[in-house]
Write a protein that binds this ligand. Sequence first.
Ligand code: GLU
Length: 432
Amino acid sequence: MSNSLLEDARKQLDKALEHIEISDDSRERLSMPKSTIITRIPVRMDDGTLKVFQGFRVRFDDSRGPTKGGIRFHPGVTLDEVQSLAFWMTFKCAVLDLPYGGGKGGVTVNPKELSKLELERLSRGYINGVADFIGPDVDIPAPDVYTNSMIMGWMMDQYNIIRRSVQPAVITGKPLSMGGSRGREAATSLGAFFVMRTLLPKMGFKKPEKTRIAIQGFGNAGSILALQLYEAGYKVVAVSDSKGGIYDPKGLDIPVIKKQKEDTQKLQTLYCDMSVCHIDEYQSIDNAQLLELDVDILVPSALENQITEKNAYNIKAKALFEVANGPVDFAGDTILESRGIPVVPDILTNAGGVTVSYFEWVQNRSGLYWTEEDVNERLEQRMVREAGNIWQLASEKKLPLRTAAYVHALSRISESMDARGTKNYYQKRDAD
Ligand code: GLU
């Protein structure tokens, strides 16, 4: 992998550009983020000392609408990472035909080391730093790794205090009582579930009970997806979290595991210390072992760069579904492609979260709130439609699924860019 995550991500775009004609103007615009803000966030800690954290917000491209994307709290957050995540959001929103561009935010912090009050001060401090950069028609944040509805609620409240008005549409993924949408919590995994249910039979996995699945990451997306797959009759044989994982070739009892993790979570206020690897009925494995298990389907749902040139040759799964953003780097992807292992890309698989965020924003702006059935039905329609479109494009043009997804998104993005006038347009006018 190259040193920069953004450079690595752009290689995916360059590969897609070989298969679609777009204007030079569009290429130029997509090469770097539109704008970036870096903010220092002073936080009074419970012991009276002051700590200053670094926060970022990036708006990659807004040709299709206001920028949209989550805010991540993680010790590994860097500007390069946030820029790459904003880049992916641009394509993800276009794949799902949402009227948004791509954005992302983050704070370099280990939130598990903060008390709840410190976390609240940090969340409000972040908004103090970026308030002039976001807004319901400008840039709309949401949850991401280690942020949740409670944090989104604090952030929306802080934005409203600054603006002296109530603007729920500035942030999505809020608590229901503050204008959140029904179905948002489970949306990322439900979206992934719809994509898997649509594409697995096309890949030859026609019988759920014979399809063995390993899931890396037991956070919001991974744990709910494990349950949805289990309930639909699939055989989830391995799961893991940041501390390690468990494996049983006969299949895991996901409801029990999920409950065990949640019960312990109640003792903690916001983050869970209990790890799935403490569940001793099953064989313990580490994260590296999980990725290399002999399974049918591998679902990386944790962080970036899990499958690289170091382990891509050892992957035994027959197909991958990326629920995390960027879990397979460009070199890893190239190896999997050469080995004939299809990878259903993040910009399709995990797009259910931002799709229901869009529904939340629509509900906030119209003031009319939908039932959970309504939300899930609309989500299903979009996910199934776009999964089908990408599968068809990939089959027709003989492209890897990721490249097909980028081509599909690029045609929508470049159309919006060109509608504003391109070099060709002005040259043609001069000649008239
Ligand atoms: N953080 C999620 C993602 O990466 C959701 C973004 C959103 O809802 O705006 O897609």
